[in-house]
Design a protein around this ligand. Structure first.
Ligand code: BV8
Ligand code: ZN
Length: 281
């Protein structure tokens, strides 16, 4: 990256003591996990993620929605954290008061060394009963014939696996397991459109953004609310905001520095700019 931006961002990070790192789907793009903006592929290409990720879609066709999340979970299981995830962990290691807030439902921050990110939209690894909310076990991942599909690509045609390991029907439908307590269908532990965010996570995020002295926003289009308001909270209270995104977003105007590039390259460079002696992970 050329220009004064990287050095300026490095200076802001080095001066910070209570930074917030706020991430979206672009943070995991280089690990092969499709973003929400990316067109769906394979048998899911005819579905709009914003339609599938709703209580109404699950009520209408639980096997379709469960199949989609199972395919995404298997894709994430095959994905690996990239140097950008490790750079975020290096920031946390260097500045223990750092708060990492993510919109992502993958577990790449944890596997990249960030023990407890604030999860605004839940996780692919926390299924629960759709009626009594009883936590449910993560289905065994029997090895599917096409299990050598690309990392992250949870949408390869043969990716969905029916209980018992048999390849799922070609349409990706997988009947959700029944709750061990009340027998109702198990649902993915994510926040669907139209559903409230977990209040503890939202409160923690707003609290961290209100008290931070730098907010680093990485790989988000800032279009989904209320998550998109987190960087605005920090800016409104005078904290500098630094954005990492290859393209402009609605956040550009509030940012002290816009770093135009992929997270996997920009974040390690930012850590080196802030702490030349640091091992950026
Ligand atoms: C609610 C989990 C009410 C599921 C998700 C105010 C204004 C307008 C609309 C609303 C509003 N308030 C509420 C709404 C409605 C709605 C909403 O925001 N709609 C939008 C679409 C207009 N919000 C809701 O429904 C929320 N709930 O409001 O409930 C309520 C309140 C009280 C009581 C009852 C009800 C719930 C929203 C959460 C939905 N769940 N995820 C799942 O994953 O399946 S949202 C999901 O989409 C993600 O979690 C994420 O938040 C969002 C995708 O956005 P991004 O992460 O930013 O990803 P995107 O693909 O868009 O962009 C990627 C970016 O990365 C791009 O900019 C790209 O350039 C960049 N990039 C690409 N490669 C790289 C990169 N950057 C760096 N490096 C790279 N290599
Ligand atoms: Zn139940």
């Amino acid at each position: 990256m050329t220009g004064p931006e990287p050095a300026e961002a490095g200076r802001l990070l080095a001066a910070a003591r209570r930074p917030v790192v706020f991430t979206g789907a672009g943070m995991s793009a280089e690990s092969g996990v499709p973003t929400f903006r990316d067109a769906q592929t394979g048998l899911w290409q005819r579905y709009d993620p914003q339609e599938l990720a709703t209580p109404a879609a699950f009520r209408a066709d639980p096997a379709l929605v469960w199949g989609w999340y199972e395919a995404r979970r298997r894709g994430v299981r095959r994905a690996e954290p990239h140097p950008g995830h490790r750079a975020v962990a290096a920031i946390v290691a260097r500045l223990p008061d750092t708060v990492v807030i993510t919109q992502n439902v993958d577990d790449l921050h944890e596997r990249g060394g960030v023990p407890a990110p604030v999860r605004l939209h839940g996780s692919l690894f926390a299924p629960r009963c759709s009626a009594c909310a009883r936590p449910a076990p993560i289905p065994e991942d029997a090895t599917a014939p096409e299990d050598d599909a690309a990392p992250g690509d949870g949408v390869a045609s043969g990716d969905a696996v029916a209980p018992g390991g048999m390849p799922a029907p070609p349409d990706g439908r997988v009947t959700p397991p029944a709750c061990a307590g009340c027998g109702a269908p198990v649902r993915p532990g994510v926040v669907w459109f139209g559903e409230a965010l977990p209040s503890a996570a939202l409160d923690a995020a707003v609290g961290a953004a209100s008290g931070c002295d730098l907010l680093l926003t990485v790989g988000t289009s800032a279009l989904v609310h209320p998550a998109a308001e987190i960087p605005l909270v920090a800016a409104r209270l005078g904290a500098p905001v630094v954005q990492v995104n290859p393209v402009p977003t609605p956040l550009d105007a509030i940012c002290a520095v816009n770093l135009r590039g992929p997270a996997g390259e920009v974040l390690p460079a930012l850590v080196c700019a802030a702490w030349p002696d640091a091992d950026a992970g």
